[in-house]
Ligand binder design. Structure first.
Ligand code: UGA
Length: 450
């Protein structure tokens, strides 16, 4: 690792003055990153997961997912002896503060989140934890869950001193460790001064550097997370709605975005028109909030979120239609090179990936689809073995009738149109992320659509 790299700087332990014993339940994306973050803060961390294979991998310093720089930090924490991995709740129970980071996926056939893993973690910990420890929920959950977990702890714990808190996480895949160690806010949903004190102690180095802390109740802490994601989703769907208006009226969406972005009440970020959002968080949280509003009888509010979701999904149909146009009206029998499988760059996560959804839809319209992604191909192959995969951009585009750029990896943005001209059958390119410089492709003789 280069000594001046961001990760090298981040890996200089921030060192809290008091080292706490921390357990992290759930060694998925959030849990593993949080556990490493806690170890970098100087705490003594045990990360627990019921999946033996995952724990074996992590114990031998191997990450079960892709995240830039995180592997090196894991190695460093292991060398310092600050982190260990286990499959046993008994090993985790000794800690002073327990972070529950298990998944809350969308329930099949429902807008609601599946909370069974959260419940299990709270029950198993409550049965074992003693003393003035706290169990802190980090998983994204619907409002009312923390209160229910506090009741579960009261029911299953023999020790009245064990407390509950909610401390949502705002990390983004691809910049997970930066977001963990340099968050722009910390939210503590607490019901006792002791829980607040412990949370302040565990995050002390971050708080000392000026990170704002919002101390609030359980319900507000729970909503803080889903509302942030719903807002980001709304911003993306807003600009995509404007993109539709631009298309209909002949206006240009990119300069429009620029003008909006100069207004710092609006801001430029998350205002990128294109294929829309995906991943394991924004769509799920938006739908959970929609279900919450509907449950509360707030139909107008529910319909706002439903519309944001619908606009987002319609982008995939629009992308498919533009690709079809470039192909002269049909995908059948055409060779289509799909660039991107991950839901966004710098991750191998393909959950609700717009890129993959479009690739699969083209395949269903009888195109011969070849996909390339710098890191997400194995994840994609597992779920879509019916598609073809190629190791390089050139290989994927060989003899293609259409290239569809659907995830804006830097290496796709930097592609050389002249080089690809020699590989493809027809020079048609669809830029689903407004990521390419149109002029560069036009001047190399390509039909470019965005
Ligand atoms: C998101 C939030 O940004 C995090 O704050 C939150 O902690 C996380 O969910 C979570 O709930 O755990 P993430 O899903 O990693 O993080 O991805 P984002 O960077 O937010 O991107 C979400 C989607 O929006 C991607 O598909 C991306 O391509 C899309 N997007 C983003 C756009 O379509 N346009 C934009 O302008 C920006």
């Amino acid at each position: 690792m280069h000594p001046n790299s961001t990760y090298a700087k981040l890996s200089q332990p921030l060192e809290s003055s008091g080292c706490l014993r921390v357990s992290v339940i759930g060694a998925g994306y959030l849990g593993t990153t949080h556990a490493i973050g806690m170890a970098l803060l100087g705490h003594d961390v045990v990360a627990m997961d019921i999946e033996k294979e995952k724990i074996a991998q992590l114990s031998s310093c191997e990450l079960p997912f892709f995240e830039p720089g995180l592997g090196e930090l894991l190695r460093k924490c292991m060398e310092l002896g600050r982190i260990r991995f286990t499959t046993s709740y008994d090993d985790a129970a000794e800690a002073d503060i327990h972070f529950v980071c298990v998944g809350t996926p969308q329930l099949p056939g429902s807008l609601n989140a599946d909370l069974r893993w959260v419940e299990t973690a709270f029950i198993e910990l409550a049965r074992r934890v003693c003393g003035p420890a706290i169990i802190v929920g980090k998983s994204t959950v619907p409002t009312g869950t923390a209160r229910r977990m506090a009741e579960i702890v009261r029911r299953h714990s023999a020790d009245r001193r064990v407390g509950v808190a909610w401390n949502p996480e705002f990390l983004r895949e691809g910049c997970a460790i930066e977001d963990t160690l340099r968050p722009n806010r910390l939210i503590f949903g607490v019901e006792s001064p002791h829980a607040e004190k412990l949370l302040r102690a565990v995050y002390q180095p971050i708080i000392e550097r000026g990170c704002p802390v919002v101390v609030t109740d359980y319900a507000t802490a729970e909503l803080a997370k889903v509302s942030a994601n719903a807002f980001l989703a709304m911003k993306i769907s807003f600009i995509n709605a404007m993109a539709q208006i631009c298309e209909a009226t002949g206006a240009a969406v990119l300069p429009l975005t620029e003008t909006l972005g100069y207004d710092d009440r609006i801001g430029r970020r998350f205002l990128g028109p294109g294929l829309g959002f995906g991943g394991g968080c924004l769509p799920k949280d938006l739908r959970a909030l929609c279900a919450c509003a509907a449950d509360q009888g707030l139909d107008d509010v529910a319909s706002l979120f439903r519309q944001v979701d619908a606009i987002n999904l319609s982008r995939r149909h629009r992308a498919l239609a533009l690709g079809r146009e470039l192909l002269g009206g049909t995908y059948a029998g055409k060779r289509v090179c799909v660039l991107g499988a991950a839901f966004k760059p710098n991750t191998d996560d393909i959950r609700d990936s717009p890129a993959l959804a479009v690739g699969v839809a083209a395949y269903r319209e009888e195109a011969y689809v070849v996909i390339h992604d710098p890191v997400a191909m194995n994840s994609a192959k597992r779920v879509h073995p019916e598609l073809e995969y190629a190791e390089t951009i050139v290989e994927a585009s060989r003899d293609s009738d259409l290239i569809m750029l659907l995830t804006e990896w830097t290496e796709f943005i930097d592609m050389d149109p002249a080089l690809l001209s020699t590989a493809v059958r027809s020079r048609n390119i669809f830029d689903g992320r407004n990521a390419l410089t149109a002029e560069r492709w036009h001047s190399a003789g390509w039909n470019y659509r965005a």
